[in-house]
Design a protein around this ligand. Structure first.
Ligand code: C5P
Length: 223
Protein backbone atom coordinates (compact mmCIF):
# COMPACT_ATOMS: atom_id res chain seq x y z
CA UNK A 1 0.00 0.00 0.00
CA UNK A 2 1.21 3.47 -0.82
CA UNK A 3 1.60 6.15 1.82
CA UNK A 4 -0.16 9.44 2.20
CA UNK A 5 1.31 12.79 1.08
CA UNK A 6 0.71 15.87 3.23
CA UNK A 7 1.52 19.09 1.37
CA UNK A 8 2.18 22.23 3.43
CA UNK A 9 2.87 25.71 2.05
CA UNK A 10 3.11 29.11 3.68
CA UNK A 11 5.29 32.18 4.14
CA UNK A 12 8.50 32.30 6.20
CA UNK A 13 7.91 31.93 9.91
CA UNK A 14 4.39 30.55 9.59
CA UNK A 15 5.44 27.44 11.54
CA UNK A 16 5.72 25.06 8.59
CA UNK A 17 8.89 23.27 9.66
CA UNK A 18 8.00 22.74 13.32
CA UNK A 19 4.49 21.67 12.41
CA UNK A 20 5.61 19.34 9.61
CA UNK A 21 8.23 17.63 11.77
CA UNK A 22 5.79 17.27 14.69
CA UNK A 23 3.08 15.73 12.49
CA UNK A 24 5.55 13.36 10.82
CA UNK A 25 6.85 12.17 14.21
CA UNK A 26 3.33 11.74 15.58
CA UNK A 27 2.26 9.49 12.71
CA UNK A 28 5.50 7.75 11.70
CA UNK A 29 5.84 9.61 8.39
CA UNK A 30 8.90 10.84 6.49
CA UNK A 31 9.61 14.60 6.29
CA UNK A 32 10.95 16.74 3.44
CA UNK A 33 12.00 20.39 3.89
CA UNK A 34 12.15 21.72 0.31
CA UNK A 35 13.34 25.14 1.50
CA UNK A 36 16.54 23.47 2.71
CA UNK A 37 17.14 22.29 -0.86
CA UNK A 38 16.85 25.81 -2.32
CA UNK A 39 19.14 26.97 0.49
CA UNK A 40 21.68 24.23 -0.26
CA UNK A 41 21.72 25.12 -3.96
CA UNK A 42 22.17 28.81 -3.02
CA UNK A 43 25.02 27.97 -0.60
CA UNK A 44 26.79 26.03 -3.37
CA UNK A 45 26.37 28.90 -5.88
CA UNK A 46 27.82 31.42 -3.42
CA UNK A 47 30.65 29.05 -2.44
CA UNK A 48 31.55 28.52 -6.10
CA UNK A 49 31.49 32.16 -7.12
CA UNK A 50 28.34 31.95 -9.26
CA UNK A 51 26.61 35.35 -9.53
CA UNK A 52 23.21 34.50 -8.01
CA UNK A 53 21.69 37.64 -9.51
CA UNK A 54 22.50 36.44 -13.03
CA UNK A 55 19.71 33.97 -13.90
CA UNK A 56 21.65 32.60 -16.89
CA UNK A 57 24.68 31.86 -14.71
CA UNK A 58 22.47 30.14 -12.12
CA UNK A 59 20.69 28.16 -14.85
CA UNK A 60 24.00 27.01 -16.34
CA UNK A 61 25.25 25.74 -12.96
CA UNK A 62 22.19 24.02 -11.45
CA UNK A 63 23.22 20.50 -12.46
CA UNK A 64 26.70 20.70 -10.93
CA UNK A 65 26.10 20.16 -7.19
CA UNK A 66 24.69 16.86 -5.90
CA UNK A 67 22.09 17.69 -3.24
CA UNK A 68 20.88 14.87 -0.98
CA UNK A 69 18.31 14.86 1.82
CA UNK A 70 17.60 12.51 4.70
CA UNK A 71 13.88 12.37 5.54
CA UNK A 72 13.81 11.20 9.17
CA UNK A 73 11.76 13.90 10.97
CA UNK A 74 13.80 13.35 14.17
CA UNK A 75 17.05 14.23 12.38
CA UNK A 76 16.58 15.52 8.84
CA UNK A 77 19.86 15.89 6.93
CA UNK A 78 21.00 17.90 3.93
CA UNK A 79 24.27 17.51 2.07
CA UNK A 80 25.94 18.96 -1.01
CA UNK A 81 28.52 16.78 -2.78
CA UNK A 82 28.66 14.63 0.35
CA UNK A 83 29.27 17.55 2.75
CA UNK A 84 26.79 18.14 5.59
CA UNK A 85 25.57 21.77 5.11
CA UNK A 86 22.85 21.92 7.79
CA UNK A 87 24.55 24.87 9.52
CA UNK A 88 25.84 26.65 6.39
CA UNK A 89 22.40 26.92 4.78
CA UNK A 90 21.00 28.98 7.71
CA UNK A 91 23.42 31.90 7.43
CA UNK A 92 22.26 35.45 6.71
CA UNK A 93 24.08 35.34 3.38
CA UNK A 94 22.16 32.29 2.17
CA UNK A 95 18.85 33.60 3.55
CA UNK A 96 19.42 36.92 1.78
CA UNK A 97 20.13 35.32 -1.60
CA UNK A 98 17.89 32.25 -1.72
CA UNK A 99 14.91 34.04 -3.29
CA UNK A 100 17.04 35.07 -6.28
CA UNK A 101 18.11 31.47 -6.91
CA UNK A 102 14.64 30.02 -6.30
CA UNK A 103 13.17 32.38 -8.94
CA UNK A 104 15.22 30.73 -11.71
CA UNK A 105 13.03 28.21 -13.63
CA UNK A 106 15.93 25.79 -14.29
CA UNK A 107 16.69 25.65 -10.57
CA UNK A 108 13.05 24.93 -9.76
CA UNK A 109 12.71 22.27 -12.48
CA UNK A 110 15.72 20.38 -11.14
CA UNK A 111 14.70 20.53 -7.48
CA UNK A 112 11.04 19.71 -8.19
CA UNK A 113 12.21 16.59 -10.05
CA UNK A 114 14.35 15.57 -7.05
CA UNK A 115 11.49 16.30 -4.63
CA UNK A 116 9.05 14.12 -6.59
CA UNK A 117 11.59 11.27 -6.58
CA UNK A 118 11.95 11.54 -2.78
CA UNK A 119 8.15 11.59 -2.39
CA UNK A 120 7.68 8.54 -4.64
CA UNK A 121 10.35 6.58 -2.75
CA UNK A 122 8.86 7.46 0.64
CA UNK A 123 5.34 6.51 -0.46
CA UNK A 124 6.54 3.12 -1.58
CA UNK A 125 8.69 2.45 1.49
CA UNK A 126 6.75 3.99 4.38
CA UNK A 127 3.45 5.25 5.71
CA UNK A 128 3.82 8.50 3.83
CA UNK A 129 5.55 11.87 3.89
CA UNK A 130 5.00 15.45 5.02
CA UNK A 131 6.41 17.92 2.46
CA UNK A 132 6.75 21.63 3.19
CA UNK A 133 7.66 24.64 1.05
CA UNK A 134 6.14 27.33 -1.15
CA UNK A 135 4.85 25.37 -4.19
CA UNK A 136 4.04 21.93 -2.74
CA UNK A 137 0.24 22.28 -2.93
CA UNK A 138 0.41 23.96 -6.34
CA UNK A 139 3.23 22.31 -8.28
CA UNK A 140 5.16 19.53 -6.50
CA UNK A 141 2.23 17.48 -5.16
CA UNK A 142 -1.09 19.08 -6.16
CA UNK A 143 -2.80 15.67 -5.91
CA UNK A 144 -1.91 15.29 -2.19
CA UNK A 145 -4.95 14.25 -0.12
CA UNK A 146 -4.04 16.75 2.61
CA UNK A 147 -3.15 20.28 1.46
CA UNK A 148 -2.53 23.06 3.96
CA UNK A 149 -1.69 26.73 3.74
CA UNK A 150 -0.20 27.94 7.03
CA UNK A 151 -0.29 31.64 7.88
CA UNK A 152 0.30 33.85 10.90
CA UNK A 153 0.38 37.60 11.41
CA UNK A 154 3.57 39.37 10.33
CA UNK A 155 4.26 40.21 14.00
CA UNK A 156 3.83 36.61 15.18
CA UNK A 157 6.06 35.30 12.39
CA UNK A 158 8.77 37.82 13.19
CA UNK A 159 8.60 36.95 16.91
CA UNK A 160 8.97 33.23 16.20
CA UNK A 161 11.80 33.66 13.72
CA UNK A 162 13.64 36.06 16.05
CA UNK A 163 13.54 33.45 18.81
CA UNK A 164 14.83 30.79 16.39
CA UNK A 165 17.80 32.86 15.28
CA UNK A 166 18.39 34.35 18.77
CA UNK A 167 18.04 38.02 17.88
CA UNK A 168 16.32 40.75 19.85
CA UNK A 169 15.86 42.86 16.73
CA UNK A 170 12.32 41.78 15.89
CA UNK A 171 11.73 44.80 13.62
CA UNK A 172 14.70 43.90 11.42
CA UNK A 173 13.56 40.26 11.31
CA UNK A 174 10.07 41.38 10.30
CA UNK A 175 11.52 43.50 7.48
CA UNK A 176 13.62 40.54 6.26
CA UNK A 177 10.61 38.23 6.26
CA UNK A 178 8.48 40.79 4.43
CA UNK A 179 11.14 41.19 1.76
CA UNK A 180 11.48 37.44 1.20
CA UNK A 181 7.70 36.90 1.17
CA UNK A 182 7.30 39.67 -1.41
CA UNK A 183 9.94 38.10 -3.68
CA UNK A 184 8.56 34.54 -3.21
CA UNK A 185 4.94 35.60 -3.83
CA UNK A 186 5.57 37.85 -6.83
CA UNK A 187 8.00 35.74 -8.89
CA UNK A 188 6.84 34.56 -12.33
CA UNK A 189 7.48 30.85 -11.75
CA UNK A 190 5.60 28.88 -9.06
CA UNK A 191 4.97 31.80 -6.72
CA UNK A 192 3.74 31.17 -3.19
CA UNK A 193 -0.05 31.22 -3.39
CA UNK A 194 -2.99 29.56 -1.73
CA UNK A 195 -5.22 27.39 -3.90
CA UNK A 196 -8.95 27.07 -3.26
CA UNK A 197 -8.58 23.40 -2.27
CA UNK A 198 -5.91 24.01 0.37
CA UNK A 199 -7.06 24.37 3.97
CA UNK A 200 -5.89 27.70 5.36
CA UNK A 201 -4.73 27.57 8.95
CA UNK A 202 -3.97 30.84 10.75
CA UNK A 203 -1.66 29.87 13.59
CA UNK A 204 -1.31 33.36 15.11
CA UNK A 205 -2.99 32.63 18.44
CA UNK A 206 -2.13 28.94 18.58
CA UNK A 207 0.64 27.01 20.32
CA UNK A 208 2.76 24.61 18.26
CA UNK A 209 1.16 21.62 20.03
CA UNK A 210 -2.31 22.89 19.12
CA UNK A 211 -1.36 23.28 15.46
CA UNK A 212 0.21 19.81 15.35
CA UNK A 213 -2.86 18.23 17.00
CA UNK A 214 -5.17 19.90 14.49
CA UNK A 215 -3.12 18.78 11.48
CA UNK A 216 -2.82 15.22 12.86
CA UNK A 217 -6.64 15.13 13.00
CA UNK A 218 -6.83 16.16 9.33
CA UNK A 219 -4.25 13.50 8.42
CA UNK A 220 -6.17 10.78 10.30
CA UNK A 221 -9.40 11.79 8.56
CA UNK A 222 -7.74 11.54 5.14
CA UNK A 223 -5.82 8.30 5.77
O1 C5P B 1 11.38 27.48 3.93
P1 C5P B 1 12.61 28.35 3.85
O2 C5P B 1 12.38 29.71 4.43
O3 C5P B 1 13.83 27.68 4.38
O4 C5P B 1 12.85 28.54 2.28
C1 C5P B 1 13.91 29.31 1.80
C2 C5P B 1 13.56 29.90 0.43
O5 C5P B 1 13.51 28.85 -0.54
C3 C5P B 1 12.23 30.62 0.31
O6 C5P B 1 12.32 31.96 0.73
C4 C5P B 1 11.94 30.51 -1.19
O7 C5P B 1 12.63 31.49 -1.92
C5 C5P B 1 12.55 29.17 -1.55
N1 C5P B 1 11.59 28.08 -1.64
C6 C5P B 1 10.88 27.94 -2.81
N2 C5P B 1 10.04 26.87 -2.98
C7 C5P B 1 9.90 25.96 -2.01
C8 C5P B 1 10.60 26.09 -0.79
C9 C5P B 1 11.43 27.19 -0.62
O8 C5P B 1 10.99 28.77 -3.70
N3 C5P B 1 9.09 24.91 -2.22
Amino acid sequence: TEGIVIAIDGPSGSGKSSTSKGVAKARGLRYLDTGAMYRALTWWMLDNGVDVHDPAAVAAAVERPVIEMGTDPASPTISVDGRDVAVEIRTKEVTGNVSAVSAVPEARALLVRTQRAVIDAARRESAGIVVEGRDITTVVAPEAPVKLFLTASAEARAQRRSREIHTGDVAATQADLARRDRLDSSRAHSPLKRTADATELDTTGMTLDEVIALVVTLVDEAA
